[in-house]
Design a protein around this ligand. Structure first.
Ligand SMILES: CC(C)(COP(=O)(O)OP(=O)(O)OC[C@H]1O[C@@H](n2cnc3c(N)ncnc32)[C@H](O)[C@@H]1OP(=O)(O)O)[C@@H](O)C(=O)NCCC(=O)NCCS
Length: 193
């Protein structure tokens, strides 16, 4: 088993097709896909990088790391987040998801991001915690855009915010991220991560 990383757009076609299958099973698209090869899941402006756990050519788990600047409490940070985390249904519960989200945390720190921060459905908090991510109590992300915001505490969402602080600057100011609203504004394609 190995972990492979690619910019989403440069993922080899055979692996990319498997990733799309997994994503479509987990989040069935509202409209039929326009055809093979057409589909990038994420906004290229968010520098999507795919991380795949691969067993002899088969993708057993996948996720994407998105990143953008985040201004919070008067400081500008390089922030990343996890998106479209998925394990093949037949092999869930074997630790593959945990292995991949833990590896993503390490890769995000090594990539020079100040912090990783993302939302997840409340029942998944222990899953991310078991991979080294920490709960930011009382914190919510504001997705969407300034003109059309999508706060993560808007009903019917029941989401929590997970994070880790990588750079010295982010570690120094980590307390400012608790009980906070983070104006992430990832845009209109990846409305919330
Ligand atoms: C969430 C998901 C990626 C977890 O992958 P996985 O490979 O099954 O996870 P792991 O085997 O590494 O599980 C690690 C721990 O998290 C727990 N866990 C996993 N999925 C869980 C879920 N959906 N709800 C609650 N706990 C969960 C496991 O029970 C395990 O705990 P344990 O070590 O105490 O037994 C997988 O269930 C999935 O693909 N779900 C559908 C897509 C999705 O919801 N993705 C997350 C949205 S961002």
């Amino acid at each position: 088993m190995q972990i492979l990383c690619f910019p989403e757009a440069d993922t080899p076609a055979t692996l990319r097709a498997q990733v799309l299958d997994l994503q479509h099973q987990a989040w069935p698209p509202a409209e039929p896909s326009p055809g093979p090869g057409a589909a990038l899941t994420h906004d290229p402006a968010l520098h999507p990088r795919s991380m795949l756990l691969v067993d002899e050519g088969t993708v057993v788990a996948a996720l994407d790391v998105l990143s953008k600047p985040l201004v919070h409490a008067g400081r500008r940070y390089r922030a990343g987040g996890l998106s479209t985390v998925v394990t093949q249904p037949a092999v869930r519960g074997r630790g593959y998801g945990r292995r991949l989200v833990a590896a993503a945390r390490t890769a995000m720190a090594a990539a020079g991001l100040d912090l990783g921060v993302f939302t997840c459905d409340r029942p998944l908090e222990p899953f991310y915690r078991s991979a080294g991510w920490r709960l930011l109590p009382g914190t919510h992300l504001i997705g969407g855009t300034p003109r059309c915001p999508l706060p993560s505490d808007r009903p019917p969402f029941d989401k929590v915010t997970m994070a880790d602080f990588f750079s010295a600057e982010a570690r120094r100011h980590h307390a400012a991220f608790r009980h906070a609203r983070l104006a992430l504004y990832p845009g209109t394609i990846d409305k919330l991560w």
